[in-house]
Design a protein around this ligand. Structure first.
Ligand code: KG4
Length: 337
């Protein structure tokens, strides 16, 4: 089955063509990061306008690269939740038009389910059940993946995502936007115990997380030092922050794996690139004897191949939509709508 898939939930316009779920024939992406970097964060209206401007050419490029004809497309999959509503609507309406013109099924895909499916592309033998952490600029979620379409959230951030925390800290440290990767690099030579940063816990919700207090702590440390004319040890502040985020995340994921009885742990989302988080997950998984799956960076960030892959399993489960399909900004705990 050949699926053309579309992802426009945030600031990446992406179109892919996949075969049989896990085989990627084309994976085209236009990242708007440079456009939004001017404003220090994603500007929703600009994201929507850029999706509208680029989606058509990306679809043409994906179809050409995949070497299929438009008539060879068996279904169209599209991210319809969660994300920026205007951005999602561009993709949903483009998908509807294409599915209608080609008279093929339309498959709605939950963005977080897509991130989980990136692991199926990277690791062809991986199958549920497993525990998956999705950590990106917009999400920090721990999901219990019992089946390809039987997934629920068991932990999530109560405020900022881990990536947002890294990005805001990086910005106040003068590392630009999005500065997570630069902060990671800077942390390599730092002392991770130099700055005392909070590790908040949420009473009664052992797998939920909070990163906004951590973000504010870093901002306050930098501002206070500036006011007093004191120098900041940037590498050590970066290392201390990386250690705190990693501890918050890794401890919860490993405890959840234990409680839910998962022998396999998968990590998805851009923050999975963080070297401290990777190293801590590798160590903890080895200690507990659990298998660890971290996809390559190209599949960790937003892309359409993962939407096509999950779309295949949604189709198999009978989850198709009509021309009344809508987009939703927020998600529910069962990862449905
Ligand atoms: O999944 P992703 O590509 O997309 C969105 O969330 O839109 O994640 C991007 C996030 C950004 O916050 C970025 O700063 C962060 O992932 N990131 C990192 C690293 N590489 C990317 N954060 C920490 N360390 C890294 N090495």
């Amino acid at each position: 089955m050949i699926i053309l898939s579309i992802e426009t939930s945030c600031d990446e316009t992406a179109v892919a063509v996949t075969r049989g779920g896990r085989e990627v024939l084309a994976d085209e992406i236009f990242s708007q990061t440079d456009i939004h970097a001017l404003y220090g964060g994603v500007v929703p209206e600009l994201a929507s306008r850029n999706h509208a401007a680029h989606i058509g050419r990306l679809a043409d490029m994906a179809i050409a690269k995949a070497g299929v004809s438009k008539r060879g497309i068996d279904a169209v999959a599209v991210t319809n939740t969660p994300g920026l509503i205007g951005a999602l609507l561009v993709g949903v309406n483009f998908a509807k038009g294409l599915a209608m013109a080609l008279s093929v099924p339309l498959i709605p895909v939950h963005h977080i389910r897509g991130h989980i499916a990136a692991n199926y592309i990277a690791f062809p033998k991986l199958a549920p059940p497993f525990l998956c952490a999705i950590v990106s600029g917009g999400n920090s979620i721990i999901a219990d993946v019992r089946g390809y379409t039987d997934i629920s959230i068991i932990g999530r951030t109560r405020d900022d995502a881990a990536g947002e925390c890294f990005d805001k800290a990086a910005r106040v440290m003068g590392l630009g936007y999005p500065g997570g990767a630069a902060l990671d690099k800077m942390a390599q030579t730092g002392n991770d115990g130099k700055y005392a940063l909070p590790r908040p816990a949420i009473e009664g919700r052992p797998y939920d997380m909070s990163f906004s207090g951590l973000k504010t702590s870093v901002v306050n440390i930098v501002h206070n030092a500036k006011q007093k004319g004191e120098a900041i040890d940037d590498p050590s502040l970066a290392a201390s922050l990386s250690a705190a985020v990693s501890e918050i995340l890794v401890s919860r994921v490993m405890a959840a794996a234990q409680e839910y009885g998962h022998s396999k742990i998968a990590i998805a989302g851009g923050v999975a690139a963080n070297s401290r988080i990777r190293a801590d997950f590798v160590k903890a998984s080895e200690e507990q004897g659990r298998a660890l799956y971290i996809p390559p960076l190209s599949l960790c960030g937003d892309n359409a191949a993962m939407i096509g892959c999950q779309g295949y399993y949604e189709y198999e489960a009978g989850n198709t939509a009509g021309m009344d399909l809508n987009a939703f900004a927020a998600m529910d705990a069962a990862l449905n709508h």
